[in-house]
Ligand binder design. Structure first.
Ligand code: B12
Ligand code: SF4
Length: 514
């Protein structure tokens, strides 16, 4: 095999353990490849779902590579990333391993201490990674390259941060670098949904969010015409019928939203778009004509952090909204037939005193469940997801949690075990400090089972994933039995003796449907 001096190897670690397969698009790696791909580099992207024997095929493809790049969020991805990095280092001790993504950007100086990390790209990597690759290839010094941390002669060098990228000047996301057929799935709003990102950053200040520390409240966006051109290409090249917009905050600029919608309508692009993240108060202030354009251009689902029905909790997370904003927004979305994917959280670091903290958690539950009941009366087709608050390093509430006694990991490997989502409450020995194990399970039950099944789109979406004609009626019967129990539980707000939920988790774990 001949080695290519223009070869870049990239790995996207699994966000979840093997029992919970993930088959999404590794957008971060595509984004950092966009310039290099145009410059003629050979870029090979690996992930558990993209190859059959990922490690073997990564190692057998890496000879002569300029570097290995790994992308990680806090949590399980680190564990998987370290596994690959260890094997890679053993096979290619002289090829640098570059880490990027949210976790290394938040904790660069801690992350670089790991022996399988040679260089870190802090923040957006679209341009910095290109510059880094050029320097590595030409054996140039990394001294003046902004946006990186690296090891040099056993010293750690922390260069100044880079400036936000100018998305208007960057090439489109090179989806052709991966086998997209392994990643395209169905959603509530499409049979072939492709994820896309049109902006980086968010100007708001929610206390649990890491956006303000990584992107420093700055927001940069791809211009409307470019966005719609790229969507049109996705329709043409991959027969996409829908786009999942994964921006942290898609709706920052109302005039850009209008232009995107207008361009979709003008070009007669027959697509749906959903998952787009926005804020209830800000969007409620949009002109009626903007809402109408959104509806007419195929906006099918908006994701928003409502966080809590308790005003005290909303204030603690500096959400800058009130409960009435949430209701107003629900009415608006109903009028324009747009589904809402609401995200709530519970278990905030309220007090050092365990009893007082527990009373606060119980009041959070009461207020949030009561709000959801009211929202369900306004519209029955929205979806409610409920997460456990987890203090992420860098977020303002992390500092509060530390002051109130949070014990947290101090190494890259340690962060790989950090409890991430309600479901993990079953599978981890890490205990949440601000919520009891019982309440962690209750939250998991509410989000996955109660709200999951009550969502009117869940049944058709899951059914369409079952191809075996014998399993389909069995699934339908089980679903309706479970749904009846869920409705009774919700009516009486009774979540004890969760035997039905236990069976549901078995299907969840082994069926791979949800
Ligand atoms: C899609 C998504 C997911 C997907 C897929 C994950 C993924 N990484 O693709 C899924 C559903 C799995 C997921 C899960 C979770 N997610 Co998530 N997710 C996102 C989301 C919305 C988009 C990610 C994305 O593709 N962005 C597009 C790319 C282009 O941007 P990017 O990832 O930032 O990459 C850029 C830079 O970071 C850098 N870069 C990234 N990787 C690399 C690698 C190299 C080598 C280099 C040089 C540079 C580089 O360059 C890229 C281009 O500029 C982000 C928010 C966001 N807007 O990014 C949250 C986000 C990453 N998720 C977050 C969280 C909290 C979670 C969950 C814990 C949520 C939950 N409660 O369950 C779980 C964690 C799962 C687990 N067990 O660990 C946080 C991360 C917090 C943290 N400390 O890591 C974010 C930032 C949301 C937020 N604002 O809080 N998530
Ligand atoms: S939670 Fe959403 S709105 Fe709040 S700062 Fe983060 S990205 Fe912005």
């Amino acid at each position: 095999m001949t080695a290519s001096k223009n070869l870049i190897i990239l790995y996207f670690p699994s966000p979840f353990p093997a029992y919970r397969p993930w088959s999404g698009v590794p957008l971060s790696l595509l984004a950092i490849s966009r310039q290099l791909d145009q410059q003629g580099y050979t870029i090979k992207i690996f992930a558990r779902h993209l190859q059959t024997n990922t490690l073997k095929s990564l190692l057998s493809s890496s000879s002569g590579a300029v570097c290995l790049g790994i992308s990680v969020m806090t949590g399980y991805q680190i564990l998987d990333g370290l596994k690959i990095a260890r094997a890679f280092k053993k096979a290619f001790p002289h090829i640098p391993i570059v880490w990027g993504g949210w976790h290394p950007s938040i904790l660069p100086l801690e992350t670089i201490k790991n022996k399988y990390v040679d260089i870190i790209v802090k923040g957006q990597g679209d341009e910095t990674f290109t510059r880094l690759v050029h320097r590595l290839q030409n054996k140039q010094s990394l001294k003046s390259l902004n946006g990186i941390v690296y090891k040099s002669h056993r010293q750690i060098v922390n260069n100044p941060d880079s400036q936000p990228v100018n998305l208007a000047t960057l090439p489109p996301i090179p989806y052709h670098l991966i086998d997209l057929s392994r990643c395209i799935g169905n959603t509530e709003y499409g049979l072939r949904t492709i994820p896309y990102i049109s902006s980086y950053g968010c100007p708001h200040r929610c206390g649990f969010c890491v956006e303000p520390i990584v992107n420093k409240n700055r927001w940069v966006a791809t211009p409307a015409t470019q966005v719609v051109q790229e969507w049109q290409n996705l329709v043409k090249n991959y027969q996409a019928d829908s786009i999942a917009v994964i921006d942290s905050n898609f709706f920052v600029d109302e005039s850009r939203v209008r232009s995107i919608c207008q361009a979709i309508i003008n070009r007669k692009l027959n697509i749906k778009w959903g998952n787009a993240n926005g804020r209830v108060r800000q969007m409620s202030q949009f002109k009626k004509s903007t809402w109408s354009l959104m509806h007419r251009s195929g906006c099918s689902m908006i994701l928003t952090g409502a966080e809590s029905g308790s005003q005290a909790a909303l204030d603690l997370v500096t959400k800058d909204i009130n409960v009435d904003d949430i209701k107003k927004f629900t009415h608006l979305c109903k009028t324009y037939n747009i589904k809402i994917l609401y995200s709530f959280l519970v278990g905030l670091p309220w007090s050092k005193d365990a009893g007082e903290n527990n009373r606060f958690v119980q009041s959070e539950y009461r207020s949030t469940l009561s709000l959801i009941s009211q929202l369900l009366k306004i519209c029955r087709r929205n979806r409610y997801t409920y997460y456990l608050f987890l203090p992420y390093p860098g977020a303002p509430l992390f500092d509060r949690a530390v002051k109130l006694g949070l014990d947290y990991p101090h190494s890259l490997r340690g962060w790989s075990q950090y409890l991430m989502s309600p479901e993990d409450a079953f599978n981890t020995s890490v205990h949440q400090r601000w919520i009891s194990s019982h309440d962690a399970r209750l939250t998991a039950m509410l989000t996955q089972y109660i709200f999951g099944l009550m969502d009117q789109d869940t049944y058709p979406t899951l059914l369409s994933r079952i191809t075996n004609p014998f399993l389909r009626p069995l699934f339908s019967l089980s679903f309706y039995i479970a749904l009846s129990l869920v409705r009774i539980r919700w009516y009486f707000k009774y979540f004890g003796l969760p035997i039905d939920y236990y069976f549901f988790t078995l299907v969840h774990k082994h069926g791979g449907l949800i």
